[in-house]
Write a protein that binds this ligand. Structure first.
Ligand code: PPS
Length: 293
């Protein structure tokens, strides 16, 4: 039996240890308002990147000062709860890792959802879980231990596929913009333009806004900022901006693990159109799983 990360349970939902129980309960009761803007993702799928893009667009390309944490500008709803959110002036920008059905909803609120392929998500989540010792007590955990929990959906914020499926069903809604991490990575200019349009900002004709957003939300720029504020981070806090690539999973997965995750992907997502989000990556995973089995 491998090592398992520790979690705290809030009404049957696994959460990182240390997330206040009251905040989680209150988050679910938050009544979304017209004008609220949610950055919604499953963990490790591009939340911080999307938060930076949204912040930059809302602030005409002027980056957040390195002394101000993004968690204050676009706070995590489940971590801070309703009372703190209510104190924020409108329009409110919020981050959430909740599935669609648990996310506070208003038809005049907007929801940017970023999906990432489950292979890279599992690897990124593994590093996060190992690094945040006080949240998970998993410093000695190996990828093979974490993989079993991820595959079983026994990780914080619930099962990857439950979250993805819940939001994908709403990908066509007028107040939801559904993007993938991989498309943002392949073509950040188009991604920023689409996010800008969704927020009502004209990044197409405003080239200086577009370039400022692209520059300050690039992996290089965000990594540098992270190094600047890393001296103030608690010792056990892992880098949120780690590698930032598509395909790192091949450095961690065994073929048998790839085959099992593909089987779950097929079983959970068949007929939904989700496989079309990552055709090349899934083909590569099938080759990887087959070749060396
Ligand atoms: S969290 O903890 O859920 O908020 O983490 P999240 O921000 O969703 O995901 C972290 C991963 O996103 C990568 N990242 C980026 N990739 C490309 N460009 C930019 N600008 C960027 N910013 C963050 C980050 O490196 C994590 O992925 P991995 O694979 O671990 O590197």
């Amino acid at each position: 039996m491998g090592l398992k990360p520790s979690y705290t349970w809030h009404d049957g939902f696994a959460m990182p240890m240390g997330f206040p129980r009251e905040a989680f309960g209150a988050a679910l009761e938050y009544s979304a308002e017209p004008g609220d803007f949610f950055v919604a993702t499953y963990p490790k799928c591009g939340t911080t990147w999307a938060q930076h893009i949204v912040y930059l667009i809302a602030h005409r390309g002027v980056p957040l000062p390195p002394t101000s944490p993004m968690g204050e500008a676009i706070p995590h709803l489940e971590e801070i709860g309703t009372r703190m959110v209510a104190r924020k002036p409108a329009p409110r920008y919020l981050k959430t890792h909740l599935p669609f059905g648990m996310t506070p909803y208003h038809e005049q609120a907007r929801y940017l959802y970023v999906a990432r392929n489950p292979f890279d998500c599992a690897v990124s989540f593994y590093h996060h879980t190992r690094g945040f010792v006080k949240h998970y007590d998993f410093a000695e955990g190996r990828f093979e231990d974490y993989f079993e929990c991820f595959l079983a959906g026994e990780v914080d914020f619930g099962d990857y596929f439950d979250n993805l499926l819940s939001w994908h069903e709403h990908a066509g809604d007028g107040n939801v913009l559904f993007l993938t991490y991989e498309s943002m990575s392949a073509d950040p200019r188009t991604a920023v333009t689409r996010i800008g349009q969704f927020m009502g900002a004209d990044c197409i004709s405003d080239e200086s806004l577009l370039s400022a957003v692209l520059q300050h939300s690039s992996f290089e720029s965000m990594s540098k900022d992270q190094q600047r504020w890393s001296s103030r981070r608690p010792d056990d806090m892992p880098a949120f901006i780690r590698k930032g690539i598509v395909g790192d999973w091949e450095n961690y997965f065994l073929p048998s693990q790839a085959a099992r995750l593909l089987e779950k992907l097929d079983r959970r997502c068949r007929g939904t159109g989700i496989e079309a989000l990552w055709p090349d990556l899934i083909a590569e995973a099938r080759r990887f799983a087959r070749n060396t089995q």
